[in-house]
Design a binder for this molecule. Structure first.
Ligand SMILES: [Zn+2]
Length: 422
């Protein structure tokens, strides 16, 4: 009893056709023409496979198999078919292709199961418009405010929703009941080098890092770039640049378990012949531990004020948004380890440094995520690659874990506690 490797390849190739770039990557931001074409192709594939296509108010497309009857809970397996602009082929699409192969293989094996199965493609995981939109809608975390503040142009967002047949009220009404839900499983590429460098087959994710976002603004005085003596300047560019360099030093010296990025600096007035009046720095850092995150926040804030003083500036250190860290379910993690061991594969537990749909689904109930190695760690680029044998290993592990979870006795206690606190 196993997956069909050739069929998996054919599914993956079909699901990575629309939006293919000349460099071999994928360009299909959520709700773009290429993205909608890929979803249409997936829906036709589901129908051809003999399953019912289900589409919800958030546009999530799924294949449903009622293996155990209407009263039984549903095991969901999924990922996403959207990509970042000029992204790679494996991010998301591999997870959907593998989930669909698991459905076909389990359906064929003829075993009796105690839960139903649903394979799902979530809308806008990458946050072209609203980050993790489909999975946050299903797990009841999306608000009207989130939809009113898309990342892209709101008018264009409105048009794209309409073209996809979606409405704001429909998206907000897509949440599901906890009782119908057994667990959520996902296969994803690692997008890093930890598995490759340790020679491990499968990464079993222990949790997702929290993401802490800040706007740090240094303020001085705009002045003439020629006639203002260097020792009289209140140059916001100096403070902001020193800050950006010190962020790296603090992480390297004191917080090696965290990462931090100054991804954008906006200079005002922003001319080459004017000393900068102000510089706004967008900074985020990531940590899997709340206490560590608080300690890092204090260290960064203290440093920002010290650098401001050094250059005779004022500084605002403003918190913008936090994505809370999430823990993956213990029983699901153990099932993944056991499934991989059964297949003779090596595993390691590791935190995820990127966001995934599994982190939203963890609010609905038990959720788990496995990684397969990314060659060279490249991702969100056409260079993104996972060796085919590793894709097969990942899909086989997903199959074996799903088979075990679907066979859990129907009266088994819920496999994890209640929803995690938001
Ligand atoms: Zn992804």
């Amino acid at each position: 009893m196993s997956i069909d490797e050739q069929r998996l390849r054919a599914t993956f190739d079909a699901l990575t056709t629309d939006g293919r770039t000349p460099e071999g990557g994928l360009n299909r931001p959520a709700l773009s023409t290429a993205h909608l074409a890929a979803r249409q192709r997936f829906a036709e594939m589901i129908t051809a496979g003999g399953f019912a296509v289900h589409t919800d108010g958030a546009g999530n497309v799924s294949a449903r198999w009622q293996a155990a009857g209407p009263a039984a809970p549903t095991l969901m397996i999924g990922s996403h078919l959207d990509s970042v602009p000029e992204g790679g082929r494996f991010d998301g699409a591999l997870g959907v292709a593998a989930a669909y192969e698991v459905l076909l293989a389990l359906h064929e094996c003829g075993e009796a199961f105690n839960a139903n199965l649903e394979v799902i493609d979530f809308t806008d995981e990458e946050g072209t418009w609203v980050s993790l939109m489909g999975s946050r809608a299903i797990s009841g975390q999306l608000t009207a405010r989130d939809l009113a503040n898309p990342r892209g142009n709101p008018a264009v967002f409105e048009k794209r929703l309409a073209r996809a047949g979606l409405t704001r009220s429909g998206i907000l009404a897509a949440s599901r009941a906890e009782e119908e839900f057994k667990a959520y499983l996902e296969l994803h590429i690692e997008q890093g080098t930890r598995l490759e460098s340790s020679g491990t087959n499968i990464g079993v994710v222990t949790g997702m890092v929290g993401i802490f976002m800040y706007l740090v603004t240094f303020r001085g005085t705009a002045n003439h770039a020629g006639t203002t003596p260097m020792d009289r300047r209140r140059d916001a560019a100096q403070g902001a640049s020193a800050f950006a360099l010190q962020v790296r030093t603090i992480i390297m010296d004191r917080f090696p378990d965290c990462v931090a990025t100054v991804g954008n600096m906006t200079f005002e007035p922003g001319a080459f012949n004017i000393v900068a009046r102000s510089v706004a720095c967008f900074m985020e850092f990531r940590s899997s531990d709340i206490a560590r995150a608080h300690a890092l926040q204090r260290a960064l804030r203290t440093m920002a004020f010290r650098e401001a003083e050094r250059f005779n500036l004022e500084v605002d250190f403003e918190h913008l948004e936090t994505v809370q860290p999430r823990t993956m379910d213990g029983h699901v993690q153990r099932t993944f380890h056991a499934a991989a061991a059964h297949l003779g594969l090596t595993t390691t537990g590791l935190p995820s440094l990127a966001g995934h749909d599994a982190q939203s689904m963890a609010l609905l109930g038990p959720a788990g995520l496995i990684f397969v190695p990314s060659v060279g760690g490249f991702s969100h680029s056409a260079r993104e690659h996972t060796r085919w044998e590793d894709c097969i290993r990942g899909c086989s592990t997903l199959f074996e874990a799903a088979r075990r979870l679907l066979s859990d006795p129907p009266d088994a206690a819920p496999i994890a506690g209640a929803r995690q606190a938001v």
